[in-house]
Design a protein around this ligand. Structure first.
Ligand SMILES: C[S@@+](CC[C@H](N)C(=O)[O-])C[C@H]1O[C@@H](n2cnc3c(N)ncnc32)[C@H](O)[C@@H]1O
Length: 244
């Protein structure tokens, strides 16, 4: 996968060189480029922003540097790929979107700043993504959030120590509680079933606790969840236990 990011703060992407993302880049699974679109300005002061037509506070990113930086990406890669604008007005990011983006060969992100963008920048864009109902100072943290959630889903990205299969949201539910050694930590005990070695019972317990956690913390996820008959039974058991 190739990932390009257009930003005027390329140093903000230092975290992308760490941890799993860092390894993924080092191993060549992802080619990651940050393009400072200030380098593409055609004015002598290298300004990337200007005042808002019609009046109002703050400065807006001008179209010219972003259009020209995008032309550079296109010339180098042969295409722009899927072009993602980070914007509070975009579609709220979720795991299903990460799964969809993980199938792409090329993603290009545009990170805004200041008051936002000149509206014509949207001409370049295939997707507009928000990472939640709040306003950040810039799109860099949003781009890193989307990239991190997407890249960890690539085959071979996580290695042997991790798996995305049972992650929260991947299954449509929140993940079940997990424990590591010791079995008894200062009187706080690991549930017996997890020490039993009985795989069918362990699977059943995990499914039930996953349903319980989702039922308590994110009941909205259950509204569209396709329950198996076994899961229906487990949820009814949970409800009955909690009435007792
Ligand atoms: C200060 S914000 C501009 C907010 C804009 N005036 C508005 O009210 O929608 C600057 C930039 O940060 C990024 N940004 C801010 N909040 C975001 C969010 N929730 N999701 C994704 N990007 C965000 C966008 O790239 C945005 O253009």
């Amino acid at each position: 996968m190739r990932i390009d990011v257009l930003s005027i703060f390329p140093n903000m992407f230092a975290p992308m060189r760490e941890s799993i993302m860092g390894k993924v880049i080092e191993r060549g699974l992802v080619e990651f480029n940050v393009i400072d679109f200030r380098d593409y300005t055609d004015n002598k002061h290298n300004n990337v922003d200007d005042v808002v037509y019609g009046g109002g506070q703050g400065m807006l990113l001008m179209p010219q540097p972003i259009f020209d930086a995008m032309a550079h990406v296109e010339a180098e890669a042969g295409n722009r790929g899927r072009v993602i604008l980070l914007d509070p007005a975009g579609k709220t990011f979720n795991q299903a979107m990460a799964e969809e983006l993980a199938h792409e060969e090329h993603l290009t992100f545009i990170a805004g700043h200041y008051e936002g963008y000149d509206e014509r920048i949207r001409e370049l864009v295939t997707d507009e993504i928000s990472i939640g109902d709040f306003v950040l100072t810039g799109g860099e943290l949003g781009a890193m959030t989307v990239i991190d959630a997407t890249v960890r889903l690539l085959d071979e990205a996580l290695g042997d120590e991790m798996s995305a299969v049972d992650d929260s949201f991947s299954t449509g539910l929140l993940e079940y509680p997990q424990y590591t050694r010791p079995a008894d930590f200062r009187g706080l005990k690991v549930p017996d079933v997890l020490l039993s070695g009985h795989h069918a019972n362990i699977d059943r317990w995990r499914k039930k606790e996953s349903l319980r956690r989702t039922y308590h913390r994110r009941p909205d996820l259950l509204e569209n969840y396709a329950f198996t008959p076994e899961e229906h039974k487990l949820l009814n058991e949970i409800k009955a236990e909690e009435k007792e």
